[in-house]
Design a protein around this ligand. Structure first.
Ligand code: MG
Ligand code: MN
Length: 682
């Protein structure tokens, strides 16, 4: 009568819950009013996780203006539907960083703000699946509290926000236990929720039986929001550590009758000592009594991971069992690339459920896999998702094609390996400007230090002759920023000294093979060291030579700052990206995260876009001619050669590289590249 189907009892019983008293009576009748007769019944509840979707509804790259099947909620949705067919009982949760991350997100937040009556496209798409609960990530705060209030439907009682405003909302309830309104001293949104549902269970007689369950859901975000979105949050909200918040609220949830408690942690795992501002406290949260399952995120990584070198291997992490300190857990990558599945094994004692953690298990289901023939295959998109957002999707595409400036030169990395800064300098200018402004405004203790920037030719031919940054003369649109900055990194600022800079450049100079000046036969200049690691300055303030005849580690010569030999002890702030700042230990011991003075929340790509908006007339003279480095002059007996895009010598000449010549139009690699020579004596 109330249940149209047995497929999805959780969503059916959501209807039951809203029908209130009548439904409860019907439920008791169905159970015979005597649950204890079913003592010993068992059930599996599959907790399904999406995390860090970052507004990737479609498998679509708004910068490249092309489909990209490697991500997208429209494909994760297919995995959700399959899991709902497979498991009688499912709980679908989202772990935050949901409303920011694509051009469509920016379009709906700032370019053509979505009206109060309309759901964000991301939430609209998620509504096609019906989420049970969610939490907020750090990026939910990126557009400010009034916008967050609107897209969540209203109710945020915090300074500067009209809490009475009622809007369309997310379509599912949010829990967040560790962010408080300064105005009310109460949690900004409800800290937890108790979902009353019914489970399809197996009785001791082997027959199917429906039994009630109360699922407690509690959420936590990373306290870093107070730094990353300081301008929106300072004085308005404050945070608490995940462990402190859990220790307070999990017992409350239990006291209110929660059979099980699922923690949604917008954070991951870090083995350093616990602190209340810790970004990734999962190892510690898992030890709080009363948490039965933990879904994680924020690090855009994966757990469990059965690869030879798993993403996480700290003490307490069990990648085979899928547990953290014995608690079943998942982290489902990012952008909808995977669905996290925790199968919770439940036992009914006649009045309540308990989790058998040892019999529970967790796994990731990826949208991308290899078939028997070894070919990469992708899960098909769920056909219901794309049509829901088609109008907004097309509007976002028009938005990214909008010119924001223009360039008077071809900005390319075709000859970045031999000295053309043409596609790198603007990235460095944008990063330097952004970090310097932030330090002046918010980090006065570093305001006296010079701010410099490094970047690299991210696209430098690895995939062949078209794998180069190559922006034509003429209008610059938002989507060109993807060509200028390939990766979805965020800007980080690190404090280093002159000696660290030398080490950093020595590491970057591994881009080159060691050249023997006496050798008369051809020598290849470029090593297998990736182009994206060839960090370089592009400013008159920093000058250095790279001597490729020397061994690795001894190649940087005449390193000067403002015309004088750099002082090894002088301190600098360097703008770079999160990747280099946190996993660049082979470049400098300060690049393991310890030298980071600011982990900005903004993508390098967005910073480049913003820079072009403010400096729309891009010229070779101002944005593509500042060479910080050159090869140390050396006569080599034979040719020194390298490959680059086909027949592009004019690009080298336009960059003033008169020591480059074309050797062969086809270098024989089959990758669409020509062979060039560089004369290192010039
Ligand atoms: Mg995050
Ligand atoms: Mn994220």
């Amino acid at each position: 009568m109330l249940e149209p189907s047995f497929r999805d009892p959780f969503r059916i019983s959501r209807r039951v819950a809203t029908l209130g008293v009548v439904a409860a009576a019907a439920f008791l009748t169905a159970c015979g009013g005597d649950g204890s007769s079913n003592a010993g019944a068992t059930a599996t509840l599959a907790v399904l996780e999406t995390t860090d979707l970052h507004f990737n509804v479609r498998s679509y790259d708004y910068f490249k203006l092309a489909e990209d099947k490697t991500y997208g909620f429209e494909r994760t949705a297919t995995l959700v539907r399959a899991a709902r067919k497979e498991f009688a009982n499912t709980l679908l949760v989202d772990n935050g960083d949901t409303i920011q991350g694509t051009a469509l997100a920016d379009y709906e937040a700032t370019i053509s703000p979505i009206p109060c009556t309309q759901q964000l496209s991301m939430y609209k798409a998620m509504g096609a699946l019906g989420f049970d609960a969610g939490t907020l990530g750090n990026h939910e705060f990126n557009y400010g509290l009034p916008f967050l209030n609107q897209v969540l439907g209203g109710g945020l009682d915090v300074e500067g926000v009209d809490a009475s405003k009622k809007c369309a909302g997310a379509g599912y309830p949010m829990a967040l236990a560790n962010v408080y309104s300064s105005k009310t001293q109460k949690p900004l949104v409800q800290p937890y929720m108790l979902l009353e549902r019914s489970l399809i269970a197996k009785g001791t007689d082997g027959k199917e039986v429906k039994l009630p369950i109360k699922v407690g859901v509690i959420g936590f975000t990373t306290p870093g929001i107070m730094n990353w979105d300081k301008r929106y949050l300072e004085g308005k909200v404050y945070t608490e550590g995940a462990v402190e918040a859990a220790s307070k609220y999990v017992p409350e949830l239990r006291a209110k009758g929660a059979d099980i408690v699922v923690a949604l942690l917008h954070g991951g795992l870090d083995s350093s000592a616990y602190s209340p501002t810790m970004e990734n406290p999962g190892l510690y949260l898992s030890k709080v009594a009363g948490i039965d399952a933990m879904v994680m995120g924020h690090q855009h990584s994966v757990f469990p991971d059965t690869a030879a070198k798993p993403a996480y291997s700290q003490a307490g992490v069990d990648n085979n069992a899928g547990t953290i300190n014995g608690v079943p857990a998942v982290m489902a990558s990012s952008w909808g690339k995977a669905l996290g599945v925790i199968q919770l094994s439940l036992q009914w004692d006649g009045t309540k459920w308990a989790v058998n953690k040892a019999a529970s298990k967790s796994e990731l289901r990826n949208i991308q896999s290899k078939n028997a023939a070894g070919t990469t295959v992708y899960v098909d998109p769920d056909a219901t998702v794309a049509p829901l957002i088609e109008t907004q999707h097309q509007a976002a595409i028009q938005y990214v094609k909008t010119p924001i400036g223009q360039t008077d030169f071809r900005m390319s990395t075709l000859f970045a390996d031999v000295g053309d800064p043409g596609a790198i300098q603007i990235v460095n200018q944008a990063q330097q400007t952004y970090v310097a402004a932030y330090i002046q405004a918010s980090l006065p203790q570093y305001a006296q230090l010079p701010v410099l920037s490094v970047s690299a030719p991210f696209k430098s031919g690895f995939q062949g002759g078209s794998d180069y940054t190559d922006v034509a003369v003429g209008p610059l649109a938002i989507n060109n920023a993807a060509d200028l900055y390939l990766y979805p990194n965020t800007v980080y600022a690190v404090k280093v000294n002159g000696a660290d800079i030398k080490n950093w450049l020595e590491a970057a100079a591994q881009r080159f093979n060691q050249i023997d000046p006496a050798k008369t036969t051809e020598q290849a200049l470029i090593s297998t060291f990736p182009g994206y690691n060839f960090d370089m300055f592009t400013t008159a303030d920093v000058q250095y030579e790279i001597d490729v005849t020397q061994a690795r580690g001894s190649r940087i010569k005449n390193l000067m700052y403002l015309g004088k030999a750099i002082d090894p002890a002088q301190e600098f702030v360097i703008a770079t990206n999160n990747y280099r700042a946190t996993s660049g230990r082979s470049f400098s011991d300060k690049l393991d995260g310890s030298g980071t003075i600011w982990a900005s929340p903004d993508a390098n790509r967005d910073v480049v876009i913003d820079y072009i908006r403010k400096n729309p007339a891009v010229t070779r003279a101002a944005n593509g001619a500042a060479k910080s480095w050159r090869f140390a002059s050396v006569s080599v007996a034979g040719p020194v050669v390298f490959s680059s895009g086909a027949n592009a010598l004019a690009v080298a000449q336009a960059a003033g590289l008169n020591n480059v010549s074309l050797v062969a139009a086809d270098d024989g690699s089959g990758k669409g590249t020509s062979k060039y020579a560089v004369d290192l004596s010039k």
